[in-house]
Design a protein around this ligand. Structure first.
Ligand code: TXD
Length: 319
């Protein structure tokens, strides 16, 4: 019968048709990961960008559909939902202003998504990341393995790029490892960052290793200083699509993700960046490793920064 031969493509919704959302949608479509729905509050923009992307398909040769909408009904039964909706910090705004506005947006978006796709996996990108994923977890009521944040893949990609550049080797030989929250307090781990399996601590003098770690932690700000009116989106878009690919194709890839910890790394009840296995089930496992005393101290400091943000989000009583 024809029933078993009907192929139903996967469906990815991207919420927020801004810089990161549009870039992610475009890359996901080109990889034919799924049919893509781009949704935003602004009328016309998701429709226009989606149509523009779709019109590139004869040249880029992808068969995925890309549609833009302002109506959550069109997002129904998504397998994966990438949340990039939010505002960026403008002059005169405090970090807390950004936090409360974006927490409100993420809460509203999550409610709408859950109503139409109760079984989806949520992949959150909006900043301040660690607190926004937490908001999505609380509002959705989803199990933790279906609510994941993107930051570590981006931070590690930046570190990999800097290592490859420093040593003039192919990016394909370079792995990097970054733990912790997405911000100034992230924890790059040089002894687990390798070139063809060799730790960079054996290939570079201490001060070069230190410089690479510092540039990694400052990576987002470096781009903001250059762009002046916005933040990074090509590498963030590529990073979230790598996570999406691992989930949609059930790759079981180990990637640094923002995961809800319940005892792992000595952390309980917070989201923090740690190495995870991603597959069809979402976050299928957390990889634990022994940290040195210095690394553990840096991770605790990172957790303190995240805990502050979570306290501020809890106080908003959105869930
Ligand atoms: O590593 C990471 N996690 C990050 C995070 C890397 C890069 C960017 N990061 C954060 O992602 C950034 O600080 C922002 O909070 C988000 C999105 O960044 P982007 O650069 O894409 O911002 P834009 O271009 O301003 O796009 C935001 C879009 C814009 O089109 C708004 O109209 C839309 O979000 N928006 C909404 N869409 C749907 N629903 C609601 N309520 C809504 N509010 C705004």
């Amino acid at each position: 019968s024809s029933e078993s031969s009907v192929f139903t493509p996967k469906k990815i919704t991207v919420v927020g048709a801004g810089n990161v959302g549009a870039t992610a949608a475009f890359l996901a479509a080109q990889k034919e990961l799924a049919d893509i729905v781009l949704i935003d509050v602004v009328e016309g923009v998701p429709q226009g960008k989606a149509l523009d992307m779709y019109e590139s398909s004869p040249i880029q040769r992808f068969d995925s559909s890309v549609i833009g909408t302002n109506d959550y009904a069109d997002t129904a039964d998504s397998d994966l939902v990438i949340i990039t909706a939010g505002i960026a910090r403008k002059p005169g705004m405090s970090r807390n202003d950004l936090l409360s506005i974006n927490a409100g947006i993420v809460a509203e978006v999550t409610r709408n998504i859950v109503a139409h796709s109760p079984n989806c996996i949520l992949l959150v990108v909006t900043n301040p990341l660690d607190a926004m994923v937490y908001t999505a977890l609380k509002v959705s009521g989803f199990p933790k393995h279906r609510v994941i944040g993107m930051a570590g893949v981006l931070d590690a990609a930046r570190m990999r790029a800097f290592i490859a550049d420093e040593l003039q080797v192919s990016i394909n030989n370079v792995h990097a490892f970054v733990l912790g929250g997405h911000g100034d307090t992230m924890v790059p781990l040089p002894r687990y960052s390798t070139v063809a399996g060799i730790p960079i601590t054996e290939l570079l003098p201490d001060e070069r290793v230190q410089a690479i770690c510092e540039r990694t932690a400052d990576g987002g700000a470096e781009i903001v200083r250059l762009l002046k009116t916005g933040s990074a989106f090509y590498a963030p878009g590529a990073s979230v699509v790598q996570m999406a690919e691992a989930i949609i194709r059930d790759n079981k890839r180990i990637l640094p993700c923002c995961a809800y910890l319940e005892g792992e790394y000595g952390v309980d009840g917070y989201y923090l960046g740690v190495p995870c296995k991603l597959g069809a089930g979402g976050l299928e496992a957390i990889v634990e490793l022994d940290l040195t005393e210095d690394e553990q101290r840096d991770l605790s400091r990172s957790l303190e920064a995240v805990a502050e943000l979570v306290k501020a989000v809890d106080a908003l009583r959105l869930y």
